[in-house]
Design a protein around this ligand. Structure first.
Ligand SMILES: Cc1cc2nc3c(=O)[nH]c(=O)nc-3n(C[C@H](O)[C@H](O)[C@H](O)COP(=O)(O)OP(=O)(O)OC[C@H]3O[C@@H](n4cnc5c(N)ncnc54)[C@H](O)[C@@H]3O)c2cc1C
Length: 425
């Protein structure tokens, strides 16, 4: 049985683990904190715009199980908010436990508080990795799913300081990149003004701290849009790493989504400006705790990689999620996680690696982001199926559709129906 070791238990690491174990590998998933899902603990939006297409592609490719787990933990289905159609919102209070139980049932060896900080290599091959507690994990192949958020010194240097987000670096130690430990130089994303990194695009208010009317609208409709008095409007749109939300509506209104907490669609919002708005007099933050001042900073460390998600210049290392480039989102992380998991086992078995074709949105996004990251301007953008430049491209190339039958046909025409279900030697 081939051994796959995955560092990072965000959505990409979980998807990679689910895929590799399905193909018969012995899988160890190492997570720095005491919970899975990483930044996904503060997210929740699924299936909005082109993410619907990507989700259905993954299901047709044979990697639909995590979406089933998500579907069982949805608070609101098929909602709209500015610039976004047919969104589902998962319940951030329940999703982590549901995913953890699902992965445990698959016999994935989950290790928490396992922050990888050392690596043993021979030539360009990783032999084993070691965590802060000196525990060593050997493998045939490794996947770097450590994300790009933080650590604290990056939030301090490039953002507004540690905003005390759900990644909890002071308690568990900051992010450490597996690719970085191999000595391979990584890419850094940039903001529009050329400075490094990007600030996360939403924060969470404690729902119970809002007025009964706002709570009622959130519970019933999933979304609540409140115009901001003119004198209190702040232009924060350039800060956002989620450019799909960099629309004037997100500047001029408070846009709240119900994920269990009230997801406020702005990187941060000073309490002294929030409290005067009717309904927000008692508002307080749930994530990050200092959401009045800042948010987590991301996109500091992306791995140079092939479209198979093998890290360039490393022998037995793959990458997934934000490590794989400027792709933002849970669906995006699950897509690259599934491909990295699939190819890691093929690599370990000595089989040819799979590159998804550009006739599929996921294949096109993976290849397009790699091309864009080779250019100055491309490094200043972010890419997601859900909006901004990549969703525009999806529509232009006729890749975007909500016709599930059509998506299945496309996957079938590419000869890839159910490909992620077995190794197909
Ligand atoms: C506040 C916020 C809200 C968001 N909302 C949404 C949303 O609603 N919808 C959406 O689609 N996307 C959303 N996103 C984006 C989305 O969460 C990410 O793009 C995606 O989930 C990234 O997944 P990942 O697995 O690549 O990385 P991460 O989620 O960053 O996970 C990386 C994991 O690796 C662990 N780790 C790091 N270093 C080590 C190490 N050395 N050893 C072991 N473990 C390590 C970390 O603890 C973490 O758990 C949001 C992001 C943020 C920050």
């Amino acid at each position: 049985m081939k051994k796959v070791v995955i560092a990072g238990g965000g959505w990409s690491g979980c998807a990679a683990a689910a895929e590799a174990v399905r193909l018969g590998a012995c899988v160890t998933l190492l997570e720095r904190t005491d919970m899975l899902l990483g930044t996904g603990l503060a997210g929740g939006i699924m299936r909005n715009n082109g993410r619907f297409t990507a989700t259905e592609e993954l299901i047709a490719l044979g990697a639909g199980e995590l979406f089933q787990v998500i579907d069982q933990n949805i608070r609101h289905r098929n909602i709209r908010f500015p610039g976004h159609e047919h969104a589902d919102l998962y319940d951030i209070g329940r999703i982590e436990g549901a995913v953890r139980r699902y992965l445990e049932e698959q016999d994935i060896h989950l290790v928490f508080q396992a922050r990888i900080s050392h690596i043993q290599m021979e030539n360009r091959r990783i032999i084993h990795v070691t965590d802060d507690k000196d525990r060593t994990y050997a493998g045939d192949v490794f996947i770097d799913a450590t994300g790009t958020a933080g650590p604290m010194n990056c939030c301090t240097k490039y953002g507004n300081g540690c905003a005390m987000c759900v990644l909890r670096c002071p308690s568990f130690g900051g992010r450490v990149s597996l690719t970085g430990l191999t000595g391979i130089e990584e890419y850094k994303g940039r903001k529009k003004d050329g400075s490094t990194g990007a600030m996360s695009g939403s924060c969470k208010l404690l729902k119970e701290s809002l007025s009964p009317e706002i709570i009622r609208r959130l519970d019933q409709e999933g979304v609540c849009i409140i115009p901001i008095p003119k004198a209190l409007i702040d232009d924060h749109l350039d800060l956002k790493c989620c450019q799909q939300y960099a629309l004037p509506e997100f500047r001029d209104n408070i846009i709240l989504l119900d994920t269990g907490h009230a997801k406020l669609m702005t990187p941060y919002y000073p309490l002294e400006k929030l409290h005067p708005i009717p309904g927000f007099q008692n508002a307080r933050y749930e994530d990050p705790y200092a959401g009045g001042k800042g948010n987590s900073m991301r996109y500091f460390a992306m791995a140079p990689r092939e479209n198979t998600l093998k890290v360039t210049d490393a022998e037995n290392l793959f990458c997934a999620g934000e490590k794989a480039g400027l792709l933002v989102g849970h669906t995006e992380a699950i897509a690259t996680g599934a491909l990295a998991g699939y190819n890691s086992v093929r690599y370990a078995e000595g089989l040819a690696l799979l590159e998804l074709p550009r006739s599929l949105a996921i294949g096109d996004a993976i290849a397009y982001v790699k091309e864009e990251m080779a250019t100055e301007e491309g490094m200043g953008r972010k890419y997601t199926f859900s909006g901004s430049c990549y969703f525009t491209r999806m529509k232009k190339l006729n890749l975007y559709t909500t016709d599930t039958e059509k998506i299945r046909r496309r996957v079938d025409e590419a000869g890839l129906t159910g490909i992620f279900k077995a190794l197909n030697r």
